[in-house]
Design a protein around this ligand. Structure first.
Ligand code: IMP
Ligand code: MG
Length: 182
């Protein structure tokens, strides 16, 4: 099945993202100021651009690790089943951990990841999400830090894809599907 034709309308500019990322990093740096070495865990693949910018603004000793969980495949609907595709390389027991996510939508991904990582006994674990769509939430979960709260729109760019495309857009855009040609 081929994907329906669409256009992308800019929703959040690269400049607005950069300013927000800097502010988030400042809050995170002060929150974890006493942490010896913070483990920053990026959820692949959607958070790779966000985490790259975020860590460069965090003024603390950090380690970076990645966790890959399954997501939407090539559709815009959540499967609600979350599987670990690639686990962390490092141990997090006794450590302070920051989970970095691109979008919290239904909440299943972040809730599952936090629950899983909590079983490993971190000292503290918090999450930072670039985007939040609270109107889509199906289970209660919240990132301690959120970049932007957005309406129920399918978005791409700044690491976020639609069917593996558009991750390289420097801004966040809204996907607008075009009517099928008859
Ligand atoms: P959740 O488990 O429903 O909260 O979905 C979280 C994951 O779904 C995110 O990490 C994204 O990878 C993906 N996702 C949710 N909304 C969008 C969107 O608007 N565009 C692209 N991916 C999305
Ligand atoms: Mg994701």
């Amino acid at each position: 099945m081929s994907t329906q034709a669409y256009v992308i309308d800019e929703m959040i500019s690269a400049k607005a993202i950069a300013a927000r990322v800097e502010a988030l990093a400042r809050e995170i740096s002060s929150y974890f100021a006493s942490t010896e070495k913070l483990v920053v865990v990026g959820l692949l693949r959607g958070s790779f651009v966000f985490i790259a910018d975020l860590v460069r603004e965090i003024d603390l000793p950090i380690e970076v690790d990645f966790l890959e969980v399954s997501s939407y495949g090539n559709s815009t609907e959540s499967s609600r089943e979350v599987r670990v595709l690639k686990d962390l390389r490092g141990e997090i027991a006794g450590r302070d951990v920051l989970v970095v996510e691109d979008i919290v939508d239904t909440g299943y991904t972040l809730a599952h990841v936090l629950k899983l990582l909590e079983t490993r006994g971190p000292a503290r674990i918090e999450a930072c999400a670039l985007l939040d769509k609270p109107s889509r939430r199906e289970i209660p979960v919240e990132a301690k830090w959120t970049g932007f709260t957005i309406p129920d729109e399918f978005v791409v760019g700044y690491g976020i894809d639609y069917a593996q495309r558009n991750r390289n857009l420097p801004h966040i855009g809204k996907v607008r599907f075009l009517p099928e040609a008859k």
